[in-house]
Design a protein around this ligand. Structure first.
Ligand code: PLP
Length: 392
């Protein structure tokens, strides 16, 4: 059986898959099993923040694997404690961290924090969480229900109660009632179409939440860890939310999620995870943060973001029949595609020109490059995209 047949025979068909077999990577370059090389503008959907096969992360993982990978959260875990400390050094308010294994799990924990906060915070009990239309918070039952996309709620019920959807950030205030405990938003909706919220409106929302004693939870699973320029998108937006969730870019490819909060809500027995924050993932994440802090301090992330932005803008100008708008900030960028052109066709054509790109929402071409991408990789990638677009 070839690889495709094995996959289709034994793996659940939950993903629409491309069957290129990637066998090796180096920063933002990938090779398939026929030694063809590709430029990667996706970084594994925002995960490989320091690129593929990063030598420092590989060494950190190998060295840790030779010592100890897992002991359980019944014991102190040195790289876990140091990762929480490192996060505090990068963030601008003191927070405690809980480590999970994915974005959805981090959001589940954030929802639990809000629900418990609502329990103890007076009568009547507050439990409602307002989220936005077109949001995406994950695939577990509560994170899915928090996701403001009704077509994702077709099966799998009954869902937990208490999620309310606002059509946009302006509509949140009118939905707050005596049962509302939290608002949960992405500052740039990733899956929803690379939709960046307006900074002034986000700051006004943060003030409103404070005034109404409603928690502000910011889902930074996709935007966190320097993707928007600062360590968190909340810092880019100049707000201090009550809870932030991180995942994707934090581990550089190992599965990790994190909840950051200054609140003292969860205590012994309230939450847990067998694998969460083990030696493997937290030693990798510590190295990722150290690499990215160096890149940030040397202004390399900022320079890359500006150069990438200029390339995307040039495409908008050059292909007015294909693209209608340039969206996103930092290194989460996108181009709205003319509704008559299926984004899947653009992605397939880019792939045929050996470039990996992503879709977001209904008609957005999305770019989530590694934050360490070289100038050469970037210009090669855009040259391939241009050829693909001429060939569309
Ligand atoms: C904003 C946001 N939240 C949550 C998730 C879910 O993360 P995971 O797939 O790691 O559970 C994603 C994944 O794309 C995301 O973009």
């Amino acid at each position: 059986m070839n690889l495709q047949t094995i996959d289709q025979t034994y793996v659940m068909p939950t993903y629409k898959r491309n069957y290129t077999n990637f066998v090796k990577g180096d920063n933002a370059t990938l090779w398939d099993d026929a030694q063809q090389h590709y430029i990667d503008f996706t970084s594994g959907i925002g995960v490989c923040s320091v690129g593929h096969a990063n030598a420092r992360v590989a060494t950190a993982i190998a060295q840790q694997a030779q010592k100890i990978l897992h002991i359980s959260n019944l014991y102190v875990i040195e790289p876990q404690a140091k990762l929480a400390q490192a996060i505090n050094a990068l963030y601008d308010q003191k927070v405690k961290c809980f480590f999970a294994n994915s974005g959805a799990e981090a959001n589940e924990g954030a929802i639990k924090i809000a629900r418990k906060y609502g329990e103890k915070d007076g009568v009547p009990k507050r439990y409602k969480i307002i989220t936005l239309d077109h949001s995406f918070h994950g695939r577990t039952i509560s994170a899915l229900k928090a996701t403001g996309q009704p077509d994702m709620h077709t099966y799998f019920g009954p869902f937990p109660d208490g999620f309310v959807y606002a059509k946009d950030i302006d509509a949140i205030e009118s939905l707050i009632d005596e049962h509302t405990v939290a608002v949960m938003i992405e500052l740039v909706q990733g899956e929803g179409g690379v939709e960046a919220q307006d900074k002034a409106k986000v700051q006004a929302l943060a003030k409103l939440c404070k005034a109404r004693n409603v928690l502000l939870i910011v889902d930074e699973v996709q935007t966190g860890v320097y993707r928007t320029g600062e360590f968190t998108a909340s810092q880019t937006y100049g707000i201090k939310p009550d809870v932030i969730t991180l995942a994707k870019g934090l581990g550089g490819g190992v599965p990790i999620g994190a909840i950051l909060t200054p609140l003292d809500v969860l205590h012994g027995g309230d939450h847990g995870s067998t694998f969460g924050g083990n030696y493997l993932v937290t030693s990798a994440a510590l190295e990722v943060l150290s690499i990215l802090k160096e890149a940030y301090d040397a202004k390399r992330i900022d320079q890359l973001a500006r150069a990438f932005d200029a390339h995307v803008e040039a495409l908008l100008v050059k292909f007015p029949a294909i693209f209608t708008k340039h969206v996103g900030i930092g290194l989460i960028q996108g181009l709205r595609v003319n509704p008559d052109i299926p984004v899947a066709n653009v992605i397939a054509k880019a792939h045929a020109h050996y470039l990996l790109v992503l879709k977001a929402g209904r008609n957005t071409l999305r770019f989530l490059p590694a934050l360490t991408m070289t100038e050469d990789e970037m210009s090669q990638g855009f040259a391939r995209l241009e050829s693909a677009l001429f060939d569309l």
